[in-house]
Design a protein. Structure first.
Length: 279
């Protein structure tokens, strides 16, 4: 029988031990760490159906699981819990006192992670007199026509402190109307011509605020009404604001709220935006 030397045995055992150690390390390196749960996302929208009811909708999603429930709060109190899509409910205006209200939605996923969103709206004072500066239908009355029943409503604050008029395309759009009552059509023309992106008209056209989704960028004369009544409307800067009135292919009208002067400037310039809606 052939004898095996002691040195040979020691080397062999050492080699096996090293091999096992490396195998163990290699397995540890390739062992996948458990994935962390991604929290859900949540957005909330309030929209007046008529002057009598409001639909409150939460858009809740979870990329690595599913939504278990969405709990809604009105002001400081819990209102309703919904466990199935669509996550929305309707509330009567009469259930809410006149003034400002906060709606909150909290979405919870299957691993108990949460996300929340809030929005606010203004409930009108019943039978109150229509007057410039009064909170009305989602904002502040900025202009009243000769009938005394119709006019313009401005948002209670600027929706951008500086944004371009265009989306990078210097083209003649034809949104050249300047009179009161033309801001809406100008805004639609701009949004259709410029398409997706971040620019003044698109910001107004896509705005959903205080339960209303029909906001637009004011025309040159509509913007001037905001300037004339700025102290009653409140919240304006002394900077310049964009109108929806185009001057030519590369410029559009703005108004400087420091002194009321109106100028046309390059569409690539960045100015403030105060959306309006008609009533």
């Amino acid at each position: 029988m052939k004898k095996i030397g002691l040195n040979y045995l020691i080397i062999t055992v050492f080699a096996i031990a090293v091999a096992v150690a490396f195998t163990s390390c290699d397995e540890e390196e390739h062992k996948e760490e458990p994935k962390k749960n991604q929290p859900p996302t949540c957005n909330i929208i309030t929209l007046f159906n008529t002057d009598e009811s409001i639909t409150v909708t939460a858009i809740a999603e979870d990329k690595d699981g599913y939504i278990v429930e969405v709990q809604f709060y009105v002001d400081n109190g819990g209102y309703i819990v919904l466990k199935e899509f669509p996550y929305k409910f309707t509330i009567k205006v009469g259930e809410l006192r006149p003034g400002s209200h906060v709606f909150r939605a909290v979405a919870k996923d299957n691993q108990n992670a949460t996300a929340e969103a809030t929005t606010s709206l203004v409930i009108d004072q019943p039978n109150a007199e229509i007057a410039i500066g009064r909170f009305y239908r989602g904002g502040v009355i900025a202009y009243i026509d000769e009938s005394g029943k119709h006019g313009l409503i401005a948002t209670i604050s600027d929706q951008s402190e500086g944004i371009k008029w265009y989306n990078g395309s210097s083209i003649h759009i034809g949104a050249t109307e300047t009179e009161i009552g033309t801001g809406r059509s100008n805004t639609i023309k701009i949004a259709q011509a410029q398409g997706e992106g971040s620019y003044a008209a698109k910001l107004c056209d896509e705005l959903i605020l205080n339960g209303y989704n029909d906001w637009f960028l004011p025309s040159k004369d509509e913007l001037n009404e905001l300037y004339q009544n700025r102290r009653l409307i409140d919240g304006f800067s002394t900077s310049s604001y964009w109108s929806s009135s185009e001057n030519d292919q590369s410029s559009a009208w703005r108004q400087y709220f420091g002194n009321g002067n109106q100028y046309y400037s390059s569409k690539k310039s960045e100015y403030r935006v105060r959306p309006i809606r008609a009533f």
